[in-house]
Design a protein around this ligand. Structure first.
Ligand SMILES: Cc1ncc(COP(=O)(O)O)c(CNc2co[nH]c2=O)c1O
Length: 399
């Protein structure tokens, strides 16, 4: 049995999405900017995809949705262009973000610091989330942007976006959220809160890799990151990737239709896996499950290196991760676990398990059994975890 539990890294493209995309590879393959029928025949599909994204996010007609190549591009666009608009060409010099953002935010912030921007990296609490009052205390009259992720890719923990939006509105500061791990997993209603920019990525909700979008509230000014061609109303140049945009529209429609019902089904499976893991001694789950995306578990297994567990799971045809794949080649400690105060040893034991709507009960049963046996195997050879001694007259406790 193969069990894929790394859906926060990427998801399988829903077969219905593949079906929707196919005609735009070799039948209606024209360039949408071409005036002939080969090009203009793609326009209805593009309009439908745009409508699907607006509807899924309850965006207003006054807002813009701009398709990009990925959320990394969307994140870079917001941070670099706010720098151009409000720092280089304005009187601001400060940005606020958190210590646990995705590398596409943190690396861009470090780039902007090299350009002279002051960046505040807010700490997170023991749940791995930043608290809204902390954001308030670091905003000054020089703050150009607040950027806080909607939900963590590593823990699934959901950040107080509504409260932070109200603070930014009150302070007159632009607010961006990296919505990649929230959109398609939990309800997102953009008209119910104050947020200026939201990044998203199709391959996190069963769409294709290589297409994302940026939501821009009320057509807020934002200098383009990519110039030349004036596509997307001059917001982002580059020939539109018609099949992928069509795929993103279909994927977000499928992911957000009856989202509460879907989330409940995923949560039930996740909680069953999590309950079984918590029965194992010396395990710790990061973040309370009530304020977490329904599909994610970040678990620390004392005495077991995260990479060793990944290797053992992989031998059993179970795919998981220790955190964001972009860091998976390095034997680094889990940054979020370090941020919530775990010591370095504990931070090397993090394993992230992330389910999807395609995860089955049989797969969860298999994962539970393999995970329990893997812990026994790995602890028995662990130099840092003493094997439990047999209790008086009884068997050694299960590890
Ligand atoms: C919160 C967040 N932001 C941005 C990105 C980048 O999105 P992309 O540019 O469209 O790929 C990711 C991908 N996160 C992960 C990729 O691999 N493991 C992860 O957790 C993410 O989780």
């Amino acid at each position: 049995m193969q069990v894929y539990l790394d859906n926060n890294a990427t998801t399988m493209v829903d077969p219905q999405v593949v079906e929707a995309m196919l005609p735009y590879f070799s039948e209606q393959y024209g360039n949408p900017n071409s005036l002939h029928k080969f090009g203009t025949s793609t326009h209805p599909a593009l309009a439908k995809a745009m409508d699907q994204v607006y509807t899924a996010l309850n965006a207003s007609d006054n807002d813009d949705i701009v398709f990009t190549s990925c959320a990394t591009e969307s994140n870079n666009w917001v941070l670099q262009s706010v720098f151009i608009d409000l720092v280089l060409n304005g009187d601001k010099n400060h940005m606020v973000t958190t210590e646990v953002e995705h590398p596409s935010i943190l690396a861009t912030c470090r780039f902007l610091e090299e350009q002279g921007v002051k960046v505040t990296y807010l700490p997170v609490n023991d749940q791995g989330v930043v608290e809204a009052h902390t954001v308030r205390s670091f905003i000054t009259d020089k703050t150009a942007l607040v950027s806080v992720m909607w939900a963590s890719n590593e823990t699934g923990m959901i950040f107080p976006i509504k409260e932070i939006g109200e603070i930014c509105k009150e302070k007159g500061v632009l607010f961006h959220s990296d919505g990649v791990q929230a959109i398609g997993k939990i309800p997102v209603d953009l008209q119910s809160l104050h947020i200026d920019f939201v990044s998203m990525s199709a391959h996190k909700f069963h769409g294709p890799k290589g297409v994302g979008a940026l939501y821009i509230r009320d057509s807020q000014k934002l200098t383009p990151l990519l110039h030349g061609g004036e596509h997307m109303g001059g917001r982002r140049s580059g020939t539109l990737n018609v099949p992928y945009i069509v795929g993103m529209g279909k994927a977000i429609e499928l992911a957000t239709t009856n989202i509460e019902e879907t989330a409940a089904k995923i949560r039930k499976k996740r909680d069953r896996l999590e309950d079984a893991i918590m029965q194992i001694s010396d395990t710790m789950i990061v973040g309370d499950r009530e304020n977490r995306t329904p599909n994610t578990i970040l678990v620390s297994v004392k005495g077991v290196e995260g990479e060793s567990m990944l290797w053992d799971l992989n031998k059993g045809d179970i795919g998981a991760s220790t955190g964001s794949a972009c860091a998976s080649e390095e034997l680094e400690a889990n940054t979020v676990m370090l941020a919530i105060g775990a010591d370095n040893e504990l931070a090397h034991t993090g394993i992230r398990l992330s389910l999807s709507r395609f995860t089955t009960d049989a797969e969860i049963d298999y994962a539970i059994s393999h995970f329990q046996n893997a812990v026994k195997r790995l602890r028995s050879i662990s130099s840092s975890y003493a094997v439990q001694q047999p209790t008086k007259g009884g068997e050694a406790k299960d590890c």
